[in-house]
Write a protein of this length. Sequence first.
Length: 433
Amino acid sequence: MSSKVVFAIVCLTSVHLASETVAASESRTFSIDYKNNCFLKDGKPFQYVSGSIHYSRIPRYYWKDRLLKMYMAGLNAIQVYVPWNFHEPVQGVYNFEGGRDLEHFLGLANETGLLVILRPGPYICAEWEMGGLPAWLLEKPNIMLRTADTDYLQAVSSWFAMLLPRMERWLYSQGGNIISVQVENEYGSYFACDYNYLRHLRTLVQNFLGEDTVLFTTDGNTDREMVCGTLQGLYATIDFGTDTNISTAFDRQRRFEPRGPLVNSEFYTGWLDHWGDRHASVDAQKVSKMLGDMLAMGANVNMYMFEGGTNFGYWNGADHDSRYRSVVTSYDYNAPLNEAGDPTEKLLVIRDVISKFRKVPEGPMPPATPKMEYGFVTLQRVGNTSGLLDVLTPQGPVQSHQPLTFEEIKHLYGFVLYRTKLPRSIPDGQPLI
Ligand SMILES: *[C@@H]1O[C@H](CO)[C@@H](O)[C@H](O)[C@H]1NC(C)=O
Ligand SMILES: *[C@@H]1O[C@H](CO)[C@@H](O)[C@H](O)[C@H]1NC(C)=O
Ligand SMILES: *[C@@H]1O[C@H](CO)[C@@H](O)[C@H](O)[C@H]1NC(C)=O
């Protein structure tokens, strides 16, 4: 207990005194100080106040605007997921263009003055379609996702061999803004608990990004999750929201990481919505109070989400606990910046709290983006599904004796209409076996 108090004083004092600018001649480093229980940036104690933002949920046109608002709220870092299926839609075919131009996004963050905590998965969860894993992985019927399965690892290795070399020049040590890289995502929540898989990922990431890059894991606040999700060489961090006792949660992180910085990698500012749910709402006062408490302990905090955005197309994910529950199109998340990227009351109280710990940039918060009315739109019925099949499926139907999965017919998103002709007529109400 006493060591924690001492560390808080050490880190906080230094953070207040540390100058924001570093002499150009000084070498750029980012590391973990196990002695003083904090991060070191260019050799000086560093505490991050970060927010999650997903470039895949925001049109590229607005990236800069959202990042500027995050910077103006007093953040010094952002946390970014990389959805594999967004970049490798077909095995071996990669897309880093337009709204998928991750490096452009990193560059905008860099010029805005935001450091980056990168979360390349390969599994990301994020309420994103299949947690970012490409659907084509399922074309191998026996594949064991998120384990040391040969087919799965081979696909991961090819993907990382495409992604991670692009990330190298964005590492802080190389003149970029990436200070740390997460390996997998809440792996301790997955049933497999496969350390060979985590070891393989660790080796893969280290091979591409070097042994000196800070690598970490993030897991939920239970022992089981921390046991199965953590691995030597990957700094163990924890995630929790406003309904959790801070000291209980950080004590748990301490049991797995006796020394080093306290980190809440996902402090929940809001929550996701499933179809049929009421829109999530997490109290702004609770969020800001708890944020202040964590920052006062010297902890590093990433707010999940800071700007949620939208699940365009078929990118919304689904949860399956006791039943299947899919996430709605909006990923507003009741976050400090709303779905449209506009500042909310929550953003302002969070900025007030942050201003007690670090200098918040001067100047006005960029305003809400202008909106326009579309007026009334009258929809005109053009037909029904069976009448329009030739238009919807110009290539014609797929024939088979047994029903095929979406993956088997390589129709990874959208809808499939299954039709069959019965060999004889069946009376109404008789079950077909
Ligand atoms: C990031 O921004 C800094 C400061 O503006 C600049 O010196 C550096 O070249 C940028 N890094 C990259 C990779 O663009
Ligand atoms: C959290 O738990 C600790 C120790 O069990 C307790 O002393 C403290 O009052 C709790 N904090 C809150 C906010 O409930
Ligand atoms: C669907 O559209 C077709 C072609 O316009 C028409 O012949 C058919 O009766 C319609 N079916 C239903 C159920 O409305």
